[in-house]
Design a protein around this ligand. Structure first.
Ligand SMILES: Cc1cc2nc3c(=O)[nH]c(=O)nc-3n(C[C@H](O)[C@H](O)[C@H](O)COP(=O)(O)O)c2cc1C
Length: 213
């Protein structure tokens, strides 16, 4: 009897390890709607940081449009909605959903699975409201694409991340979504959970959701 229960515990442990080690399946995003949103002056007038979200998942269309607006491809040569210094495009968007973490692939406009489970608490750090955001977008610099980790390259990456972050802020203002740019996060734990290399660094994040009524 004892041996039997040890056996079943071992099987359960192996199963749990296999499930959690698996990467979530790729998510194909719907086509972005490039016609929506208010005029730019209205969006600038409405932009503000918001730190309270409805407990509601973003619609497929909102998630697709948000990511395309943030740093999607907007020209046939592969350039993006956000400029980047020397077009190095060293910033990646990690998309943290309740069910798992994904990497935004702008070429295929899809989400590549990175890790199972809810990593929003690691993005939240000490700010509990982040855990109720439908999605957190974490902007991660990959210094192998921008010539290394010199102070100059780090500064440029921070500016490039800031430009993507502002695309998110303005998109949210133009479409009635809530967001706040945040440099707080549990960087070391989050980097590990996102399987980042030593040459990658999480710079800033935007929790996004529907504003709390
Ligand atoms: C680089 C940067 C880092 C920020 N980090 C945080 C943060 O960790 N947590 C937070 O609640 N707000 C953060 N903010 C939001 C600012 O507090 C906010 O923009 C500021 O209070 C002005 O308010 P507004 O965005 O509504 O104009 C950050 C803003 C910037 C630009």
């Amino acid at each position: 009897m004892k041996l039997k229960s040890v056996f079943f515990s071992l099987v359960a442990l192996m199963y749990a390890t296999m499930v959690y080690a698996q990467e979530p399946a790729e998510i194909k995003l719907v086509s972005p709607d490039k016609t929506r949103g208010t005029a730019v002056m209205k969006a600038l007038s409405d932009r503000h940081s918001e730190r309270a979200f409805e407990d509601k998942k973003l619609s497929d269309q909102d998630l697709s449009d948000l990511l395309w607006a943030a740093n999607g491809i907007n020209r046939p040569d592969g350039k993006r909605t956000a400029p980047s210094a020397s077009n190095k495009q060293e910033i990646d968007l990690y998309v943290i959903l309740a069910e798992g973490a994904y990497l935004y692939n702008a070429k295929t406009h899809s989400l590549q699975g990175i890790a199972q489970g809810d990593l929003r608490p690691l993005v939240a750090g000490g700010q509990a409201f982040v855990k109720s955001a439908s999605v957190c977008i974490v902007l991660v610099a990959d210094y192998t694409r921008s010539g290394g980790t010199s102070a100059g390259n780090k500064q440029t990456a921070a500016v490039d991340a800031g430009l993507i972050c502002q695309n998110i802020n303005i998109f949210c203002a133009a479409t009635g979504l809530a967001t706040v740019p945040r440099s707080s996060m549990q960087k070391a734990e989050l980097s590990k959970a996102l399987k980042l290399k030593d040459t990658q660094e999480a710079i800033i994040n935007n929790p996004v959701g529907y504003p709390k009524k």
